[in-house]
Design a protein around this ligand. Structure first.
Ligand code: OXD
Ligand code: MN
Length: 587
């Protein structure tokens, strides 16, 4: 078996991998519609995909995964380098030569009797200085069909690669799905990714977390840019002027909802509009005009289905109405469509649960897995920004960090300056919910929402952020922290969230234009006034949303101390910020 691409180095490596995995057949993914349709047909015939009602959901399919393979596996995700200090204390580290030996044993003959698909893919728009190319060699048709949604793939990518271009190597095999021997491995020094024994998107759609965050963060450090776990959105003012914002939130904080937010009617009537560039990842670079520009390297949305409804996220739901692969949702057998918790108030009468069993005990059994997903083409999104494919990207005026903090963080604060903003990002935390694994209500430190995604030592990553501030100088975006999840004494959310979050964006927008005032407090700048017009909340609640409780901040300082204490080092600029915070809180 043998394949030929024009790029000599890529060709050599691909053929080595073919020899190693020993597939019966090799298919190069060319990005054509004919080939995609053939693969869908084969997948349906093989029982890998279930064809949904093509009148209601044209081009849509349902996939049921192995029940043991439904989420990212952080404990089986490795950064493999020569030195442990490269990976740092927040990553699982493996000595690269040893891990290569292990993987080469696992992959030897792993595709015997199967087909290897060679996917040339590009993260980022065609013809863009931001974009990067990879190959994923996989034995899964589901992965191929998902990658065709999530990334730009095929001959056009090979054309961009040419004979000398750089590329990231990627090998994936479904193996036996044995969770004990599951490996999601990154070799930043060789720009290589190996995933074995999983077929879950976050583990094996290598363009996403593996390349666009873990490997790209290392490339970004070396090339002086940022690869971040951020959505990108645009706010259009009634006069037509657009401002772009990037925002990082840990998983389960409503990132996709914010990315596709529909402003309250009052603001729509005034002529405001929000458009979406991305819901998960941003690559940000200094452009010739000195400002920070961003692209979304992805081509689709890999969103959590439960909780998505016409009310919570109309645009996300619309995005799933054609050409979408649903994974681990319930099947409505009355009309052969899909269902998940909160899609509608009343579940379908006749349905199969995500495992494919008749769904009878609706009280105690979930119809859809809590991490069930839709893999939907971005171009379906009704509010997709017109610059989604722009090779130059969009200029970012504000960076927002956020998390779930029941009592601590105000609705919004602006950082005093770039370094203080980096401090806010570096120390940010989010309280766990039932949807994430582990204990409920525990604060997990998740700096810049990158804890599971930073491909190198987190201390160096913080230093890199500080350096980026210097590099951007006075053209650096302003940095904010938001918290939609503040609760009252009964544990109820005080802020309505969803579309109403637009009010916070509007204040941020005004700040970036120097048109709104703020008040300095211990932890940052809070709004003097925010547009609450038409919102039914009491003055007490309004005040409480911005309250800074010194006792809680004292406890937070201790937690940050303990988190910083686990790092290899704290960059001087951040240590200074931390000292300044302590003084302000205690002063
Ligand atoms: C995701 C995640 O799937 O962050 O995007 O977990
Ligand atoms: Mn994510």
């Amino acid at each position: 078996m043998n394949v030929h691409v024009k790029h000599a180095k890529a060709n050599e490596w691909i053929n080595q991998m073919i020899e190693l995995a020993n597939p019966a057949k090799v298919i190069l993914i060319d990005g054509s519609e004919t080939q995609r349709e053939m693969l869908i047909k084969e997948a349906v015939t093989a029982g890998e995909l279930h064809e949904l009602n093509q009148e209601i959901l044209p081009g849509c399919y349902l996939r049921r995964s192995d029940p043991s393979d439904v989420a990212r596996v952080e404990n089986r995700t490795f950064i493999c380098t020569e030195e442990k200090s490269e990976a740092g204390p927040t990553n699982n580290w493996a000595y690269a030569p040893e891990m290569y030996d292990k993987l080469h044993q696992l992959f030897a003959g792993s595709m015997t009797g199967k087909t290897m698909y060679i996917i040339p893919y590009m993260m980022g728009p065609y013809g863009s200085p931001f974009s990067k190319i990879g190959f994923e060699l996989t034995d899964s048709r589901y992965v191929v069909l998902s990658m065709l949604i999530m990334a730009r793939c095929g001959q056009k990518v090979l054309d961009e690669l040419g004979e000398e271009g750089e590329f990231v190597k990627g090998l994936h095999s479904v193996g036996t799905l044995n969770p004990e021997e599951r490996y999601i491995c990154h070799f930043p020094e060789d720009k290589a990714i190996y995933s074995f024994n999983s077929e879950y998107g976050g583990n094996v759609l290598q363009g996403k977390k593996c390349f666009s965050l873990r490997i790209a963060s290392v490339i970004a450090r070396d090339e002086m840019w940022l690869a971040e776990h951020m959505l990108i959105l645009a706010i259009k003012k009634p006069d037509g002027q657009k401002t772009y914002v990037a925002a990082a939130f840990p998983s389960a904080c409503g990132k996709t909802n914010l990315a596709m937010l529909v402003p309250p009617k009052k603001f729509l009537d005034e002529g405001y509009e929000v458009t979406t560039l991305g819901d998960d990842i941003a690559w940000l670079r200094k452009a010739p005009d000195g400002r920070l520009y961003a692209i979304n390297p992805e081509f689709g949305f890999f969103g959590v289905a439960p909780g998505t409804s016409a009310k919570s996220n109309f645009n996300a739901l619309e995005s799933t109405k054609k050409g979408t692969i649903f994974t681990n949702v319930a099947l409505n057998t009355d009309d052969n469509t899909v269902w998940w918790e909160s899609l509608t108030k009343i579940p379908p009468e006749n349905a199969l649960d995500w495992k494919g069993n008749p769904w009878t005990d609706k009280e105690n059994v979930k119809g859809a897995h809590p991490n069930s997903r839709f893999t939907a083409p971005a171009e379906n999104c009704p509010c997709l920004d017109e610059d989604f494919n722009s090779p130059t990207g969009v200029p970012i005026s504000a960076i927002i960090f956020g998390g779930r903090r029941a009592k601590l963080m105000p609705l919004v604060i602006e950082s005093f300056d770039w370094n203080h903003g980096v401090f806010l990002g570096s120390s940010m935390g989010s309280e766990t919910t039932a949807a994430t694994t582990g204990k409920v209500g525990v604060t997990r430190r998740d700096p810049m929402a990158m804890l599971p995604f930073c491909g190198y030592n987190i201390s160096d990553y913080f230093s890199h952020w500080i350096d980026m501030g210097e590099f951007l100088g006075d053209k650096a975006p302003k940095i904010y922290n938001v918290n939609w999840f503040r609760t009252d004494d009964d544990g109820s959310f005080m802020w309505p969230g969803f579309g109403e979050n637009f009010r916070v964006l509007k204040w941020i927008l005004a700040r970036t234009e120097g048109e709104a005032s703020g008040v300095e407090c211990e932890i940052g700048i809070i709004p003097e006034e925010i547009d609450f017009d038409g919102l039914d909340i009491t003055p007490e609640v309004k005040a409480e949303l911005f309250e800074v409780n010194r006792e809680l901040w004292e406890a937070e300082i201790e937690e940050i101390e303990s988190f910083y204490g686990k790092l290899d080092y704290v960059p001087e600029a951040l240590a200074k910020e931390f000292e300044a915070l302590k003084k302000r809180v205690r002063g």
